[in-house]
Design a protein around this ligand. Structure first.
Ligand SMILES: NC(=O)c1ccc[n+]([C@@H]2O[C@H](COP(=O)([O-])OP(=O)(O)OC[C@H]3O[C@@H](n4cnc5c(N)ncnc54)[C@H](O)[C@@H]3O)[C@@H](O)[C@H]2O)c1
Length: 433
């Protein structure tokens, strides 16, 4: 399933996509097909049509819109929102050529761009899909839940602790309001991973000794700066490479491994993290202020440790794998294999986990059984932020230090124009804030 995730990423990440590539990518995602007392505006029971809108019309967002359309025959995609008109147009073109074109009903008045695009989408829809760069997630999620709408929320859910605290509050509010909040931490919706984790949680490995999780891949896309772009536009169009926008690769991509680590540990938060990282290959200014590798040790209060590695280096070996070792055996999560006293193996699931997230979302709305993935999506994001803080500072960072951190990565103002880049972190000099 590592491949699934990497394919989803590669829709727009492995190279500079042309418009035709984007459309093809969208169509490919669409091919993998598979579904009160809610607030009164959502007449969602039975066959009622639900109006869905997307905020952040890039590769994953367009893919998520297709997954939603695959999941429930009675939804309509009625609104798109993106910072940039060209991104919105590419997405719309792909969706209008997809197998679901009859349910893509987006009038010009429902195509929103700019900083406030999210407001228009939220107002127009019953269910909102959030897939912008992660920095905006806390703000957008809050607006969706305040407006009383259901939500699919891509990972990660924040890039700093103030954002994380906001999402924790918003997730609690979603619960109070009986709204569904489904997270894009997709492995949690994969049948084969669910079965493997259940066996581990039921004791197949005995007492836990340690864990190891890896996300070792090549580099991702970048967009060469155009003379007409302001600093802000350059950063937004290359959001992976700016910590305020992506959280760095440990938060943006390695979160998939960190989330499986948390899942193996029954979502108990680690006591502390200690880590290394730096820029070994991506040293040019085009790569902003992020690192290109992280090696983190997480330790729990019972002394169990997880060794977590991530890097994005071109021309090197790939390894996306997660392991747990106990006194009765070991597990390879990505291969759904347990060895030792309780040896077991199963095949990958034929079902698409990205579709299953949306099947669960719409079913929960129609059955008035709200899903709230707030707990694990915030804990996994928090563990990733904690690992980044440990690598950036070179210090041991406790869970409480991360949770109470005042480091607010947001720019002084949200507008196109000059925006100075925060200096690249230097371990031993960069402080815990
Ligand atoms: N679950 C997964 O396997 C998976 C895979 C890929 C990406 N993702 C996540 O999905 C999100 C999007 O990633 P992507 O690969 O689609 O990136 P992308 O760059 O292709 O798309 C992001 C889009 O958001 C738009 N945008 C930026 N700021 C905005 C704002 N303030 N308001 C509205 N639109 C804005 C951009 O213009 C762009 O079109 C990220 O959080 C990423 O981590 C998840």
């Amino acid at each position: 399933m590592a491949q699934d995730n990497m394919q989803s990423n590669s829709i727009d990440r492995s190279s500079q996509p042309t418009r035709r590539d984007m459309v093809r990518g969208v169509l490919a995602v669409g091919a993998a097909a598979a579904v009160s007392t809610f607030p009164s505006f959502v007449h969602a029971a039975g066959s009622d049509v639900l109006k869905v809108g997307l905020i952040g019309c890039g590769g994953r967002g367009t893919g998520a819109a297709n997954n939603a359309l695959n999941a429930d025959p009675n939804i309509k995609l009625v609104a798109l929102g993106d910072m940039f008109p060209d991104k919105l147009e590419t997405s719309l073109l792909g969706l209008r050529q997809s197998q679901h074109k009859d349910r893509v009903d987006i009038s010009p008045e429902h195509q929103f761009t700019g900083w406030d695009a999210y407001k228009g989408v939220i107002e127009t829809c019953d269910v909102v899909l959030l897939a912008t760069p992660p920095h905006f997630r806390p703000m957008h999620l809050k607006a969706v839940i305040d407006a009383g709408k259901h939500v699919f929320c891509e990972k990660p859910v924040a890039t700093d602790a103030p954002g994380l605290r906001s999402v924790i509050e918003t997730a609690a509010k979603a619960k109070e309001k009986n709204l569904s909040l489904v997270s894009g931490l997709c492995y949690r919706y994969d049948d084969a991973k669910i079965e493997t984790m259940k066996r581990i949680h039921d004791g197949a490995l005995g007492d836990t000794i340690n864990l190891n999780v890896n996300y070792l891949t090549g580099g991702l896309w970048s967009n060469a700066r155009k003379p007409e772009w302001s600093d802000m536009e350059w950063q937004l169009r290359n959001w992976l490479y700016f910590t305020w926008l992506s959280g760095d690769l440990i938060v943006e991509q390695h979160i998939h491994s960190i989330d499986k680590m948390m899942w193996m540990m029954k979502d108990e938060t680690p006591a502390f993290a200690l880590g290394n990282g730096g820029r070994a290959c991506r040293t040019q200014p085009a790569y902003g202020n992020v690192y290109d590798h992280f090696n983190t040790t997480y330790e729990w209060k019972n002394g169990v440790r997880c060794f977590a590695s991530a890097r994005q280096w071109d021309g090197t070996a790939n390894d996306v794998s997660d392991w747990m070792y106990g006194n009765k055996g070991s597990a390879n999560i990505m291969n759904h294999t347990i060895t030792g006293e309780n040896a077991w193996k199963r095949k990958a699931s034929p079902k698409n986990m990205y579709d299953l997230e949306h099947v669960a979302l719409f079913k929960s709305i129609r059955n008035n059984e709200p899903i709230n993935n707030g707990d694990y999506m915030t804990k996994s994001t928090g563990a990733a932020i904690m690992g980044r803080m440990a690598a950036y500072t070179g210090l041991k960072v406790t869970w409480d230090q991360m949770m109470n951190s005042k480091e607010n990565l947001a720019p002084a103002k949200y507008e196109m124009g000059p925006l100075e880049m925060t200096p690249i972190a230097v371990p031993g000099k960069t402080k815990i804030v």
